[in-house]
Design a protein around this ligand. Sequence first.
Ligand code: CU
Length: 309
Amino acid sequence: MKISPLCIVLACVSLSNCVTVQTHSLDEELYYKDDYKTHPCNRPCEDQAPPRLCRYKWVVENYWSLSKACLDCPFNQSDCFRPHCVSTDGVQRGIVSVNRMLPGPSIEVCVGDAIEVKVYNELVSAEGTAIHWHGLLQKGTPHMDGVNQITQCPILPRSSFTYRFKALEPGTHYWHGHAGMHRADGLFGAFVVRQPPSREPHRSLYDHDLSEHVILVNDWLKGMTLPGYLKHHHSDELTMPSQMLINGLGAYEEFKDGNRSVYTPRASFTVEGGKRYRFRVISNAVVVCPIQVSVKMCLHKDFLSFEIS
Ligand SMILES: [Cu+2]
């Protein structure tokens, strides 16, 4: 059992949060790059169907964009989609990630499902962390809201904490780190709560509501946020984001003889002509908000694709 001195001083709202933190040994399988599309809770929501228990294992780490896991990315574009390759805007920098993904794993469930997320803190920076479930009201489970030092003690380094709550609010939400600058350094992801078509007020407006049509937008610095924040507030220079990322992908460009020759993959979304799609848009803006989103349509022979910038 570990209880940080700070927890005691601040008299945590729920002491049980402190005592359930436990040390652990990490299992390699936790580093598996989970494909959210195959999670059993990501399913069509049906009337009368019983709710499910939806479990996730997350490892919060300091990690690196364009790490050696990326091999020849961005020069070989397929390498950019290798497990644990976080290509972002093509600029190498430290990040804070869940399961070495950016954005982190999506949670996609049906309304009423029970959520269980075991979060391991493996930050080498020895910082505490917490995960907030943005948009979920936590009725009956306020101690699971994930706000560091307010509703829980931080999850200490080399420790874990299991969030357990019900997804009671249908809609497009997201989760994010709620300690230090973690949210700005990559600790965020989608949280979609669907409901049966009979209860979905917008159901008549679209034919498909797909995982790959969730759009997560965030502003992105060239380096870790803390030095940028300090520079912003204590020097004459403002630290403004160099890029916007869409689903973790951004615009690295290398010019040779005046021509763009190399670039990291951009987010693209494919739809079929004549069909209507629901797009769920999430902003994890930290410095720059509001965000303006524009859509560039590309008409191909038998399908339509578009880029968002
Ligand atoms: Cu939030």
